[in-house]
Design a binder for this molecule. Sequence first.
Ligand SMILES: Cc1ncc(COP(=O)(O)O)c(C=O)c1O
Length: 390
Amino acid sequence: MYNLDVIVDRRNTKSVKYEEMDINFGSNDLLPFWVADMDLKCPDFMIECIINRAKHGVFGYSKRMPEFYEAIVNWLRTRHQLEVKAENIEYGPGVVFLLNMMIRKFTNPGDKIIIQSPVYYPFRKIVEGNKRIVSDNTLKFENGRYVMDFEDLERRAQDPQCKMMILCSPHNPVGRVWTREELKNVVEICYRNNVLLVSDEIHFDLVYKGYKHIPVLNIDEKYNDNIIICTAPSKTFNIAGLHSAYCIIPDPEKMKKYKEELHLLDLNRSNVFSQEVTQAVYEKGADYVDKLVEFLEDNMNFVHDYVKENIKGITAYKMEGTYLMWFDCRALGLSTEELDDLFFKKARIAFDSGYWFGEAGKGFMRMNIACPKSMLKEGLERLKAAVDQL
Ligand SMILES: Cc1ncc(COP(=O)(O)O)c(C=O)c1O
């Protein structure tokens, strides 16, 4: 029913993944496995949704109707067992936009904000860009798995200058789906120390067999006024180009402040197509997501096994969620420049360099595995050939 394993030529479609490689990699002539955007065609119902709306031919200001919010409420209920009222949900044009808004509305310049590196690199950028200070509760890498350092987290949260924590759940790039126990610790530490917890759950739908995403709002209701979730359908359904995201803010006072700012900036209106598609995917997309997760899991196993059997000095760790795979290349003994050179110049494959995610990411590379198998195979064969030449 869904044929995910087909190559779609994306060159010359104004795609960041294809047309902006020159900025980071010096050329657009690489095979791209960077940026979290899937080389997979959307299911037909999404394409039809856009065509049907386009056929109407009038694209004036659009209004988000109650059905829009209901679709989100139902998705959260059925996929994540999270009960949220429509009035606690509000639109934003992107998750990074929403995180910026939370920083600006709920902290002040000079405040400290906790992040857990190696982590999605805009986290550091937006904290520092807004003149706040990063407090880095670096993840610990133990036996091939990243875990949180709770003693360090508590110490950082106790600092009176610390006002917010931005959690990445599931975690990009280390692929962890945090357990209830881990999340309970985070939620309690933040609550005890009056640190507002902002949880980026954009990867929440893409979780593999044996793991379960727990929204931080499902730990215990008593903590919920101290929590904001920012998420979107954009990773799950590959619609980052449509700019549709939303936040869940249980505390009415905080929601009021967020909405005031959204209106002030005149960013309250969503794009007609993004609005229609967001509602459609949450109403009709469950079956597609189940198939997509199976497809991604198969890709993950393929990459893991290929690297294990063929590429000496690199370990590709299986992730618990997300379609971003973390390659440990430290055994190659290369400097960061040499590692970049190996991937970008010799193998001609674009990966996100581990150090972009913070010091703790040095010696690692991140691969986006959301593409047809033939593309994965070609990328890995290029990598093997380059490593064999070392
Ligand atoms: C953890 C995380 N948050 C946010 C984003 C980007 O979200 P948006 O495009 O809605 O700003 C990404 C994209 O890769 C991500 O991995």
